[in-house]
Design a protein around this ligand. Structure first.
Ligand code: TYC
Length: 101
């Protein structure tokens, strides 16, 4: 009987690349009213009242709070939209974005 030849696999399984995700971060300030922050979180990030209130209080007490992660485009658009809502009322409310590790 002749020895069985094991052929090396030549086709490598392509690794599926996941797009890098970006965090949207809510920053505390001393001037924006709490109710306004809650309203923006509900409107732009589709949070319900109790989650929006908890997120706002976390930023208020700790200085910042990660809100959600999105693809870069969506994170930038939402952070800008939310920041603009504050600006339109003269508030310094600020939403930052940064890449996830
Ligand atoms: N610190 C603000 C106040 O006391 C409320 C506030 C909370 C503002 C969270 C921004 O990200 C923020 N009126």
């Amino acid at each position: 009987m002749s020895p069985t030849l094991v052929q090396p696999r030549t086709k490598l399984k392509p690794k599926t690349q996941r797009p890098k995700l970006w965090k949207v971060i809510l920053l505390n300030d001393d001037y924006t009213p709490r109710e306004f922050v809650v309203m923006v979180l509900k409107a732009v990030f589709r949070m319900n009242e109790s989650i929006a209130y908890r997120v706002m209080m976390t930023a208020h007490q700790k200085g910042a709070c990660v809100i959600a992660v999105f693809t870069k485009d969506v994170a930038d658009t939402k952070a800008k939209e939310a920041t603009e809502l504050g600006k339109s009322k003269g508030y310094p409310l600020f939403f930052a974005t940064e890449p996830e590790e």
